[in-house]
Design a protein around this ligand. Structure first.
Ligand code: SER
Length: 314
């Protein structure tokens, strides 16, 4: 039986991962924790829910002992654009949080999931079908923390036997909690604005190609990689995972099939455009497919059908 702590539970991934984990492992076996106890309180209070700071070792240890936690999902991070606005804070939260949780995992024998990202790649990385093992020289602080995090997780596994695992997510599209401060966020905002006002002003240029994934697939990836047979894992930290690949022009075209009057315009933000341009166009996720059976379900068409249906009903 797993006893799980999800830290950063109120964010974009956590607010959907916590209900999925509670559904699978039982409500009381999944502890949700976040610094912000207002956001998504209703969802998270469906089981144990604590206010916790990822840097507060004593409070985390107390929670781990009290709930006999054996698995940690570490979802605390400042995303790419937010990181460029405050690189020092990004390092403090992203790396400080991870170092703290890895040490706790070592001492209390916990498995730990930490997401990495397409942001762990940089301009010198092969851009198309980016391989699992390749050049990683990111130019954002977010990417620097992600590469350092991947290496540190591998180190804790090899040196101390900590069962650290992770995936490199592409942009994640969701309809429960909006992401904040990311470069791929446009692909979430576009659906909300399409419904609300039938137009969207995009901060990336029309031909910017990035890998993306719908949240149900992202949740499955997080659960499946932690459930995977360790004997089959060669990579552990961190598996490329992807589901689809599109540009702003292509997602707008797909939305137009449902909302013909929808229009997209472009007001490019140089900071986020430079970040997007430094990332791969597409990733090769065959290692995840081979080592633990990763397989996406949603493509651009089925995701758009679902996103628009859900948001219209709301
Ligand atoms: N979605 C993240 C961002 O845009 C990338 O992992 O920052």
């Amino acid at each position: 039986m797993k006893n799980i702590l999800v830290i950063g539970a109120a964010g974009q991934i956590g607010s959907e991962l916590v209900p999925a984990l509670r559904n699978k492992y039982g409500k009381n076996n999944v502890v949700a924790a976040d610094l912000n106890t207002e956001l998504n309180a209703e969802i998270l209070q469906d089981g144990p829910f604590y206010k916790l700071d990822v840097l507060d070792t004593d409070s985390i240890v107390k929670t781990i002992k009290e709930h006999k936690v054996d698995t940690i999902y570490n979802l605390v991070a400042l995303l790419s654009a937010r990181g460029e606005a405050d690189p020092q804070l990004s390092w403090k939260i992203n790396m400080g949080g991870l170092v703290n949780l890895l040490e706790i995992s070592r001492e209390y024998n916990c498995a730990i999931f930490t997401p990495s990202s397409i942001g762990a790649f940089g301009p010198s990385t092969p851009k198309d079908k980016t391989p699992q093992d390749t050049i990683q020289r990111p130019t954002t602080i977010y990417g620097v923390t992600k590469v350092a995090g991947e290496l540190l997780c591998d180190y804790y596994y090899k040196r101390f036997g900590v069962d650290a695992r992770g995936v490199r997510y592409p942009g994640i599209i969701s309809n429960v909690t909006a992401p904040g401060g990311g470069t791929t966020d446009y692909a979430v905002h576009i659906y909300y604005d399409a419904i609300k006002q039938k137009n969207y002003s995009c901060f990336l240029s029309e031909d910017t190609s990035l890998d993306m994934m719908y949240m149900p697939d992202a949740i499955r990836a997080a659960i499946d990689v932690m459930e995977a047979d360790p004997a089959r894992l060669i990579h552990r930290n961190c598996f490329n995972v992807t589901a689809m690949n599109f540009t702003p022009k292509e997602i707008a075209k797909e939305i137009k099939k449902h909302i013909p009057e929808f229009e997209i315009s472009y007001n490019v933000d140089p900071v986020r455009q430079a970040i997007a341009d430094s990332w791969p166009n597409s990733m090769d996720d065959s290692a995840a497919r081979d080592e633990w059976g990763w397989k996406h379900e949603y493509d651009l068409k089925s995701m758009t059908d679902d996103m628009l249906k859900v948001l219209k009903n709301r």
